[in-house]
Design a protein around this ligand. Sequence first.
Ligand code: BGC
Length: 378
Amino acid sequence: MKKKIIATALSFAMAASFAGCAASGEDAENSAAGDGELQVGIVLPTRDEPRWIQDEASFTSILGDAGFTSEVLFSQGSSATELTNVESLIEKGIDVLVICAQDATAAAQAVEVAHAAGVEVICYDRLITDTDAVDYYVTFNSFDVGVQQGQYLIDAYEGQTDVPLYLYSGATTDNNAFIFFAGAWSVLSDAVANGQFTVANCDAITPYIGQTLDVTADHEALADILGTITTNWDFNTAKSLAEANLVANDASLKGDVAILAPNDGTARAIADAFNADADVSSFVVTGQDCETASLGYICSGLQSMTIWKNTASLAATTCDMVNAILSGNTPNTSTTYNNGVIEVPSNETAVTVITIDNISDPVDAGYVNAGDIEGYPG
Ligand code: BGC
């Protein structure tokens, strides 16, 4: 029987410290800082999405402040480049690899190479599946991201019936896309079953109305559903798909609509498509990542919410893990995720919903600059 990709959080969120890494690189027993070799290699999926630039900035500052030597490389959407990046970091002598995979299964090869070289592997944000060559996983609570997105749509249209609901997902090569969607559907399913929403663009979900979808047990069903509504995390794909959905539907599936958009980049692209349709009177659209451009869209009413995933918290959790590993200790973890082969010891970080009402929170925390947000009040 073919193994399916599985990722199930077994316990609930642990909020990571906001303040940075408790560690000091110079104290770590196996510290390589003195021998000129790199200690920590970080591989992120792409420079082309603001989300990962946020992570790069957080890593550079937090690992640097803690005294660790580190280097960040980007895979630019290519698993082959990802492998080359890992190999070049191994050559530079890294002890720990922090990797956010481009493709959950394809990345198994890269981490197997790292493991064979004696490097400890921390999956960052996205779980690498179908391999035992991962040691730890640090992640936001992705199921909760989906729940918050779905619940936002439900609350926005409370008391209404037959509201057209447009569903969009992330890339099917990203394990997180499954978790986000399952989280959202865990609350939207009943709202569709009880008549609040009518799904407007996804026939494949019909057999699951009134049922929840489990990331592990229903992986194949989820893959089929996501296959029909995927944006591939790509703005242009998202916009074209939304435009195609709008062309296919008549005015009865327009008017005031609800849109589950998986992240900020795709939310903006989808919002632009819906905004251009004369039969759409208004729309409520979700997002995630707290990107500056989306905070601008929230100010102008073109996006309704985003989920603030504080990359500084995730980088800080990773830094604490790095310190434990380099000190010869076992990092503290609070849960496990099953990657299809092993239970990966993991830490989860909580997320925050941002709307126009609390848009000042990420600004006041110094996460984004007010001056960079178009239309920011005040
Ligand atoms: C991340 C999101 C991001 C998406 C696209 C997901 O794995 O968790 O924050 O928006 O990838 O890059």
